[in-house]
Design a protein around this ligand. Structure first.
Ligand SMILES: [Fe+2]
Length: 289
């Protein structure tokens, strides 16, 4: 016998921005969802790349249960000092916070400050497809998350460049020691890295995206460094076009999810002394080639 919790209902979808993002209403993510409701959410995710669910009250298990509809939920693989990695509940979850414990030791990852546009785990053999971020503590100003459409970036490329770069590969790397472009004079053996296609046809939407970011993309294969930089610079600018961006102002209880193959994200700074805590999990996607 079907329970009340498994009844499906039509969801409401309101655009957040003309290019990217939509808010979904009439869904309580703390409850198991009917297949039909999940299907509507997946369709909306393919259409809008970023989805917002407001006024949620989610436990760690709730967040992981919802995420699992979008693929295998990733284990935490990047130990960060002070993270509660040994607590079983946190195996799939990461706190993004500047909070510290009583001894002044960080309890989360990616602590304070602005962060450059990037996609999550693009430097893995199987990039993390979907990210889920839940708002627990929000500063009074700042700490916004900006999303920029990689579909729009591809659409806005000059046609000759689309043809020339249609089947090239780039090296994606994880080197977050500074702000802005990652360092290129590193030994690849010292950082996570993986080669990925520059232009993707994204499964589900079947649209082409320009899959690169200023923080992760190192060079275009088969070109010397000068030629690669001359092409990548304008492409980074194209992916960070303010006209293709939605900037999210967080509220406690927001659940944001996005497609890392379809958009970049970045965060803005917030005042020293103000606290911010978000809880993240991701799903592992398919290998891209
Ligand atoms: Fe991120």
């Amino acid at each position: 016998m079907a329970t009340k919790l498994e009844e499906s209902a039509a969801i409401t979808i309101n655009r957040l921005h003309p290019v990217i993002g939509a808010e979904i209403k009439n869904v309580d993510l703390s409850q198991p969802l009917a297949d039909d409701t999940i299907g509507q959410i997946i369709d909306a995710w393919h259409a809008h790349s970023v989805l917002l669910f407001r006024d949620q009250n989610l436990s760690e298990d709730d967040q992981i249960r919802f995420a699992a509809h979008f693929g295998p939920v990733a284990d935490r693989v990047q130990p960060v000092g002070g993270d509660p990695l040994d607590a079983p509940d946190w195996n799939n979850l990461m706190l993004i916070t500047d909070h510290v414990d009583a001894n002044g030791k960080p309890i989360g990852s990616l602590g304070h400050g602005e962060m450059t546009f990037h996609t999550d785990k693009c430097y893995r053999e199987r990039p993390h497809r979907t990210s889920f971020l839940y708002g627990i503590e929000i500063p009074s100003v700042g700490g916004h998350t900006k999303f920029a459409s990689l579909y729009a970036a591809y659409d806005n490329m000059p046609d000759d460049l689309k043809r020339r770069l249609d089947d090239v590969f780039v090296m994606q790397g994880h080197e977050y020691s500074g702000y802005g472009r990652l360092k290129l004079d590193v030994n690849l053996e010292d950082i996570h890295h993986f080669r990925q296609p520059l232009i993707l046809t994204v499964p589900g939407s079947n649209r082409k995206s320009l899959y690169l970011s200023r923080l992760n993309t190192m060079w275009i294969e088969g070109m010397d460094r000068g030629e690669s930089e001359a092409i990548l610079g304008p492409l980074f600018d194209l992916t960070e076009d303010p006209a293709t961006m939605y900037e999210h102002v967080w509220r406690k209880g927001d659940l944001l999810m996005w497609d890392n193959l379809a958009c970049l994200h970045a965060r803005t700074d917030w005042p020293d002394g103000e606290k911010r805590m978000l809880r993240r999990c991701t799903t592992v996607g398919d290998r891209l080639w």
